[in-house]
Design a protein around this ligand. Structure first.
Ligand code: MF3
Ligand code: CO
Ligand code: CO
Length: 317
């Protein structure tokens, strides 16, 4: 039963006129029937799957059924501001990245700029993570700890920032070239970037979480690359990691339906070789098991009535 039909059913208690309406509407609405909202459009082109007609009921349902906290316009404003800071951080480090730079220096820049803007870097002390940013080089998939490693010509490096501003979290990352990339570096970075674009292109109300992973996996595998399974996108905004999980692989037509007010990351980690990983002795750094290159791009997105809005918008080409 569509949510709209349920709402008419609730009206039953309140009056006789409405009761007539209930009986009319309680018939199952076909995909090609006129939409019961009166728009004149077909049901499938209008309210089917959107369930946007009852924002309060939806908020309760998503929390009760999935633990998902939908965001209101004030929340979105806050996350958008944190997102603006995330972009500033990525722009700042992009200028710094180059041969001879120690990853520890990137950490210092991110930490200092974040604090200067009155914000806090979420990674620092998160479940024991010792630094303010993740810096993952070449075969490192994610969660690289900044330190004495020196960037060298031809490396690729993912920098993942999560500032908390006014209590709101935004999470974003990019993979940069250190100097001129070799053909493998150029390829994996391009495919990872396209994978994020492919996932975002299916982010709209009525679609399902599985659609996003399907689009990403299909593109990565068509290019002969593989998708990391152990780490996924996630709800974000009030906390660093909230429900739901957003796998970067999966099947079309599976999973929770996307609704306006959902805020989550899409952050595909794409390997040039096999998908398998191992974790280094530091208990954080994930690396490809076969030593092949890995790249990642991440944005925080909001599902809107029309589609999506990136709250950490940067150009994906
Ligand atoms: N920013 C990462 C993500 O995209 C999480 C890093 S957790 C940390 O979800 F502890 F390593 F910072
Ligand atoms: Co994330
Ligand atoms: Co991140």
């Amino acid at each position: 039963m569509s949510l709209r039909t349920k709402r008419f059913a609730q009206a039953e208690e309140t009056g006789v006129e409405k009761q007539v309406l209930v009986e009319e509407r309680a018939i199952k609405v076909g995909r090609n029937d006129p939409c019961p909202c009166g728009s004149g459009l077909k049901y499938k082109k209008c309210c089917l799957g959107k369930e946007s007609s009852d924002p309060e009921g939806l908020k309760e349902k998503y929390l009760r059924d999935y633990g998902i906290r939908l965001k209101n316009s004030k929340d979105v404003k806050g996350i958008r501001e944190a997102g603006r800071l995330a972009i500033e951080l990525l722009d700042l480090v992009e200028k710094k990245v180059g041969p001879g730079v120690m990853t520890e220096e990137i950490n210092r820049m991110v930490h200092e700029y974040t604090v200067r803007r009155g914000a806090r870097p979420a990674p620092l002390n998160y479940r024991g993570f010792p630094k303010s940013v993740c810096v993952s080089v070449n075969e490192e998939i994610c969660h690289g700890i900044p330190g004495k490693r020196m960037l060298k010509e031809g490396d690729i490096v993912n920098i993942d920032v999560t500032p908390v501003l006014d209590g709101y979290y935004a999470d974003a990352s990019k993979t940069f070239f250190v100097g001129e990339p070799g053909p493998e570096g150029a390829k994996i970075v391009e495919v990872a970037r396209e994978c994020l674009k492919a996932g975002m292109s299916l982010a709209r109300p009525g679609n399902q979480i599985g659609d996003i992973g399907w689009a990403i996996q299909t593109h990565a595998e068509a290019k002969g690359c593989s998708v990391v399974r152990e780490f996924v996108g996630h709800g974000v905004g009030f906390e660093f990691h909230e429900p739901p999980q957003i796998p970067h692989y999966g099947q079309k037509g599976k999973g929770i339906r996307l609704v306006p007010g959902m805020v989550f990351t899409i952050e595909p980690m794409i390997n040039l070789g096999e998908k398998d990983l191992r974790i280094l002795e530091d208990n954080w750094t994930a690396v490809t098991r076969d030593g092949s290159l890995s790249a990642q791009f991440e944005q925080t997105i909001l599902i809107t009535e029309e589609g999506f809005e990136s709250l950490t918008p940067y150009d994906l080409g």
